[in-house]
Design a binder for this molecule. Sequence first.
Ligand code: SF4
Length: 380
Amino acid sequence: QCVQVCPTAALTEAFHCDKVWEAINDPDKHVVVQTAPAIRVTLGELFGMEPGTVVTGKMVTALKRMGFDAVFDTNFGADLTVMEEAAEFIYRLKNNKTLPILTNCCPAWVKFIEHQFPELINVPSTCKSPHIMLGTIAKTYYAEKKGLDPDNIVVVSVMPCIAKKAEAKRPELTKDAHNNVDIVITTRELGAMIKEAGIEFVKLPDSEFDSPLGEATGASVIFGTAGGVIEAALRTAAEWMTGKPLEKIEFEELRGMEGVRRATVKIGDQELNIGIASGLGNARHILEDIRDGRANYHAIEIMACPGGCIAGGGQPYHHGNDEIIKKRRAAIYAEDRNKKIRKSHENKEILELYKNYLGKPFGQRARELLHTHFEERERI
Ligand code: SF4
């Protein structure tokens, strides 16, 4: 049964599995699903597998057997986010626009800044988050390519995160027919649905994501852990800024388990000051330093959950066990190392999307489809 309550029934968790089954069983709907970077290293835990076991292929097979019409990778959306964020960053840097830029993918900090730091509302990148970008592309580019009516496409996101359920309902993301994600479920909900379908997850063979929104790079995988989003963006920004391939692809100075990390990264002749915070208490310190003029960052990353999405609120419970988080994190970096292509701007499906549909990164069409805005809200 796809319902969960706390032991005292004082709290209930919003489960949306029934909506997903309803869509799958509707013959008029074309139902596509996407899975976030951090799901593939945690889903196995719900089936008794060791933390840090990478189950990407089994997860895709399970989703296909559940009846989805196409299984896409949010990592494709993450690569797209990198293209847009790197281009936006370079635009701001060259044109003396607002810096630092704050990478976008975590809806919890979006709410936090809107309410708590409205004076910094121009700091965040205007990029939609990766799963929302993929939802938009599914209902535009993919719909056109397949000759589908966008109104009949249902996009389901499997996320590590409860805040993404609220994000998908934000008015600015739902006002256009071509926008958006229709249903968000968490890793725990997907696990419950796989069990409900009677699928023996551990015994499943591997399958590949579907094309054209399924190819992804190592850069997109590391979105799943704190520090990964900004590292992925820098891999692309650095090569675009210098016109040369990176000598070393990994930015070790941006990695670590601390709640706040500061580093200076040299890109050609330019020194870039980078700040990374995970956990909103830590984010507050970084944002106060920026607001009060005590810090001079070029780019910052904030993830609301300590450790990033591998420790998100929709993931298998880890009860604060650091060893579990470390294993999930190690699996994310191993996935990156095992990828043949590790920079978003080398993703062939992404390049095709820009060539045939979007035009230039951060160009007019890309901005119309892939960017959003944030609003100052009452302080709470
Ligand atoms: Fe969601 Fe937490 Fe990841 Fe933010 S860090 S996107 S709140 S899981």
